[in-house]
Design a protein around this ligand. Structure first.
Ligand code: ATP
Ligand code: HSE
Length: 302
């Protein structure tokens, strides 16, 4: 039986749309074993009542992808999912499921695929690398797609960086949050995001939290998604007033994330209160950046 732990991730980090993401210390677990026949899927935890237990399950689909690539397949498969990452909230639940399925299936057939190959397959499944790369590699990962090959640069999260996430009680699928984005953007907005992404990466590498305020600014996706998340701009403003060094939409939302080095309790409170004042109930959780990516916890040969 294979057991894999996969971290949650916060993608984009403001301007780094589809190319920057960071792993967080919150985990899903994927267990997988070969059985004599059939497909058995058990799900516990977040979304257990919503996640399919048949061959449309994305963990199963990821496993099938590996079996097809390596042309080796167990007769039957048992999968158990234990989920702590909230579903469709912007914390990389689908990336964790995909990465967990790929790693477990690869191990089940003797690990023929390298980490790099798994990353390329994971990105092909997800459509963009910003969640799957940090889910697999840990830390903060900047990714660039070169055809089907993903180039990555991993940055260790700066010492002392803390995160607070405000997770609304409604779901927002990535698909829906991408449908509101424009097909084209102006040169001015493109340059705005280029400069902010460069500053973001410099700030993270230097551990310069004061640069985060400008480095998390974005014009490519957050302004368009604001209408889907009541109170988003007000929560951003309140968190900054309370001491957050920067704030962003986590992934495709609706979760909002604040970055700080102090005052985390106050920032968490104002984010929750400001969401509530705008009619959104949310759960606020303090989460640390995670230097470590997906990890195989044990491999037991039966
Ligand atoms: N553990 C899981 N097992 C099977 N399917 C899952 C699992 N976790 C998520 N999913 C599927 O992925 C969907 C959510 O993916 P989506 O990309 O919309 O959001 P997200 O990954 O949580 O957020 P984001 O990509 O913005 O960080 C769920 O509705 C479900 O269909
Ligand atoms: N970069 C993606 C992350 C969510 O999957 C987006 O913002 O749509």
């Amino acid at each position: 039986m294979i057991r894999v732990q996969v971290p949650a991730t916060t993608a984009n980090m403001g301007p780094g749309f589809d190319c920057v993401g960071m792993a967080l210390k919150l985990y899903n677990f994927v267990e997988m074993e070969a059985i004599e026949q059939g497909v058995v899927i058990d799900v516990e935890g977040d979304g257990a009542d919503k996640i399919p237990r048949d061959k449309s399950n994305i963990v199963y689909l990821a496993a099938e992808r590996v079996f097809k690539i390596v042309d080796r397949k167990p007769a039957g498969l048992r999968i158990k999912l234990t989920n702590n990452i909230p579903l469709a909230r912007g914390l990389g639940s689908s990336a964790a499921a995909t990465v967990g399925g790929l790693i477990a299936a690869n191990m089940l057939v003797g690990s023929p695929l390298s980490e790099k190959e798994l990353l390329n397959v994971a990105t092909a499944i997800e459509g963009h690398p910003d969640n799957v790369a940090p889910a697999l590699l840990g830390g903060i990962v900047v990714s660039a797609k070169e055809d089907d090959d993903i180039k990555t640069v991993k940055i260790q999260p700066p010492a002392g960086m803390k995160c607070v996430v405000a997770i609304p009680d409604f779901q927002l699928s990535t698909k829906a949050a991408r449908e509101v984005l424009p097909q084209n953007v102006s040169m001015e907005d493109a340059v705005f995001n280029l400069s902010r992404t460069a500053i973001l990466v410099a700030a993270l590498m230097r551990g310069d939290f004061d640069l985060l305020s400008i480095g998390l600014d974005d014009r490519l996706h957050q302004p368009y998604r604001a209408n889907l998340i009541p109170g988003m701009k007000k929560v951003f403003a309140a968190a900054k007033l309370a001491g957050a060094k920067g704030v962003a939409l986590s992934g495709a939302g609706p979760t909002l994330i604040g970055f700080c080095d102090e005052n985390i309790g106050l920032i968490a409170k104002v984010m929750k209160d400001t969401f509530a004042a705008n009619g959104v109930r949310c759960r606020v959780v303090e989460l640390e950046p995670n230097p470590v990516g997906a990890t195989a916890l044990e491999k037991i040969s039966l």
